[in-house]
Design a protein around this ligand. Structure first.
Ligand code: PMP
Length: 395
């Protein structure tokens, strides 16, 4: 029979990143490919304890259907956390989602008609690109430098695309580059959004994982017209398997978001929401996040030192002050898929840059993750990667 798919569905079944992660997942391979948090840091005992308490104290409520926008006690806890981070919000501005991936999907579904422009950093989070493509967006990539998205280029892109719906930005420790947007540019971004009357989707899963330098206020901090839709998640500060994230939005948007959320999955797992709310009430989540920061700082430092030691001269790389990723640029027209295959022979893996680009790919780029491997594995893996780069350049 013929499956008459909608326009939203990709035309073919190829999944190059899935294939890369599969190869990278073999037990002999030291993988810097995925973006997995360190599982040894998941607070398993604490979550076990609060889960039992939830069952004992409010099992019936937690297992029942609930409201689309989420469990009020959790929204309250998140609002308090947001205020500490420079975002003025109450529970009325906050909707719970099944992770930021769903927040991106619902937001795109809400605003993007086929042909509408979405402006993104170049490169950017590849699963956001998949979402925008699925809604038929015209995706325009804006160049970045060490201070994040370039505002001169952003303004040009917005001016050239009057049908722009929103700017999608990952201002902190961006996936894939690890770069952070400067405070000045955040303020400028709001200036541009105000001037052209467009929205901003600020995706911030990594902001809390800062291990060097000073905190920078979110883009939403500068948002004097309430046009920023701010997304964050428990995936990197607690555990990604919980599948819980949140959106901070203009209150006027809440009824529509609530309807869209209901159509997507009625509401996010109510039991998990109770568990996380209880965890936040009984434990200091900032203390937990501090443990994560310390471990990631160490791993990043080890990776950086190994890169300096083992990578050939001329290779550029970002210097993240937090998050999970380092971005590497090998000079010349190096084909990183070829480099990846050489690396696999050396039992080490990364994600090539290509899938992170909305359009023209910068050759020789790839992403490294340091959160999921031990310091010893990082040392050994980077030494192998250095040899593979030399081999590929010399060919
Ligand atoms: N946005 C970015 C930039 C990410 O890197 C990720 C996860 N890797 C997500 C969103 C999705 O996160 P979640 O687990 O909350 O769905």
């Amino acid at each position: 029979m013929s499956f008459r798919f909608s326009e939203r569905v990709p035309k073919n079944d190829s999944d190059p990143v899935g294939d890369i992660l599969k190869v990278a997942g073999s037990p002999d391979v030291i993988s810097f490919a995925g973006g997995l948090p360190a599982p040894e840091l998941f607070p398993i005992e604490a979550l076990k304890k609060v889960t039992n308490e939830v069952f004992d104290e409010s099992g019936r409520e937690a297992l029942q259907y609930s409201s689309a926008i989420g469990y009020p006690a959790l929204r309250e806890q998140i609002a308090q956390r947001m205020n500490k981070q420079g975002i003025k919000a109450t529970a009325d501005n906050i909707m719970i989602t099944t992770g930021s991936q769903q927040s991106i999907d619902i937001t795109a579904k809400m605003f993007v008609n086929p042909g509408d422009t979405v402006i993104v950093e170049k490169p950017t989070y590849l699963c956001a690109l998949d979402v925008f493509r699925s809604y038929g967006a015209h995706i325009v990539g804006v160049e970045m430098d060490e201070d994040g998205m370039r505002m001169d280029q952003l303004e040009k892109a917005v001016a050239a695309n009057p049908n722009t719906k929103f700017i999608y930005t990952i201002p902190n420790f961006q996936n894939p580059t690890g770069r952070t947007m400067s405070a000045e540019r955040r303020e400028q971004m709001i200036g541009i959004a105000n001037k052209y009357d467009i929205m901003v989707m600020e995706d911030d899963p990594y902001g809390a994982i800062r291990f060097a330098g000073d905190d920078i206020e979110p883009v939403k901090f500068y948002d004097n017209e309430e046009r920023v839709i701010y997304l964050s998640t428990f995936s990197k500060i607690l555990a990604p398997g919980l599948r819980l994230g949140w959106i901070v939005m203009n209150k006027d948007l809440m009824p529509k978001y609530s309807v869209m959320k209901q159509s997507a999955d009625v509401h996010s797992d109510n039991l998990t929401q109770h568990i996380v709310a209880k965890f936040m009430a009984e434990y200091n989540i900032d203390e937990h996040v501090n443990k994560i920061r310390k471990v990631y700082r160490k791993r990043e430092n080890v990776m950086m030192a190994a890169i300096e030691k083992y990578f050939p001269a001329g290779v550029n790389y970002s210097h993240p002050q937090g998050g999970l990723f380092i971005w590497v640029e090998v000079p010349g027209d190096v084909d990183t898929i070829k480099l990846f295959n050489t690396c696999i022979k050396h039992n080490v893996a990364f994600v090539p840059g290509e899938p992170f680009y909305p359009d023209k790919v910068t050759p020789g780029t790839f992403r490294l993750n340091y959160s999921n491997m031990s310091e010893e594995q990082i040392q050994t893996g980077i030494e192998r990667l250095g040899s593979a780069i030399k081999e590929t350049i010399d060919q």
